[in-house]
Design a protein around this ligand. Structure first.
Ligand code: SAM
Length: 275
């Protein structure tokens, strides 16, 4: 294809479920490059073959990224065109590729985006939560204390929050969100997007937690969690709660100070202190 110039790194988005969500331009560029760097070559091959793409594949994943980057940048500098794909969606978005793009750009190599599916954006596009400003948080820490700590840092965030989560932790993470953000905060669980069992449920966190806990089907597959930003009133309560907590903390143990500060301010206790 004439538009694939030599020595360029093509960063190509691939489907997040429905295999026909590979754009015409993605197919053309993947056919035309000298080599495709894929996160998992065995995973990507069936999709590529389905679209009649038989370009050679090399592996670029989080365990070999440092070594592979050097070799790929050398190839690019020698004039080969290379495409980067991940297992699903847009490379670099909670996927490998950052080191490669950074090194390629540092070496003066042109990096060309071939945009397409991204689970976070697909979920936001149907969630019905404010989409003018949002924050992509990727995956939360898997361990409970670190996860709650991260959520606490986000309790006063006014923009819509977007998280990736694995199905076996979705119930736990939602419960932590309810505790830290308060049960009334609106949230959306977007599951299996573009696939057979696609489900998008929007409810206050308290109801969503109860629904997911009661229905194991809601804990299967791939999911994106979205949470409305903190409204002005909740933000003011949180700020007041944190101010009171800081004063009480001088005289009282943290758990007691948080309990009192939450009762006085109306802010969720876990938004003030994680213990
Ligand atoms: N690079 C990808 C993108 O652009 O969305 C994300 C890769 S990340 C390793 C995988 C996570 O994305 C999953 O754990 C899930 O949170 C989310 N995800 C991917 N495909 C999805 C789908 N079809 N429906 C809902 N969430 C999905």
């Amino acid at each position: 294809m004439s538009s694939v110039q030599p020595g360029c790194l093509w960063v190509v988005a691939t489907p997040i479920g429905h295999r026909d969500d590979l754009s015409v331009r993605a197919i053309e560029s993947l056919r035309a490059v000298a080599v495709i760097a894929a996160e998992d070559t065995r995973h990507s091959r069936p999709l590529l073959l389905h679209h009649g793409i038989d370009t050679p594949l090399i592996a670029l994943h989080e365990h070999n990224e440092r070594d592979a980057v050097e070799a790929i940048v050398r190839r690019l500098a020698a004039g080969d065109s290379v495409a980067l794909i991940s297992d699903a969606g847009t490379p670099l978005i909670s996927d490998p590729g950052f080191r490669l793009v950074r090194a390629a750009r540092a070496a003066g190599i042109r990096c060309v985006p071939v945009p397409g599916p991204c689970a976070a954006i697909a979920a936001l596009s149907v969630a019905g939560l404010p989409s003018d400003r949002f924050v992509f948080e990727g995956f939360l820490p898997p361990k409970a204390a670190a996860r709650r700590g991260r959520l606490q840092q986000l309790a006063g965030e006014p923009r819509t929050l977007i998280f990736y989560e694995s199905s076996h932790r979705v119930a736990e993470s939602l419960a932590d969100m309810r505790d830290v953000f308060g049960g009334e905060r609106e949230a959306v669980l977007a599951r299996e997007l573009t696939k057979l069992f696609e489900t998008v449920i929007g409810e206050p966190l308290a109801e969503l937690v109860a629904r997911v806990a009661a229905d194991p089907d809601q804990q299967r597959g791939e999911c994106v969690l979205l949470v409305a930003g903190c409204g002005e009133e909740a933000d003011a309560k949180l700020a007041e709660g944190r101010r009171i907590f800081a004063i009480l903390r001088e005289e009282l143990p943290p758990a007691k100070a948080a309990k009192l500060a939450a009762a006085i301010s109306g802010a969720p206790r876990k938004g003030l202190y994680v213990g």
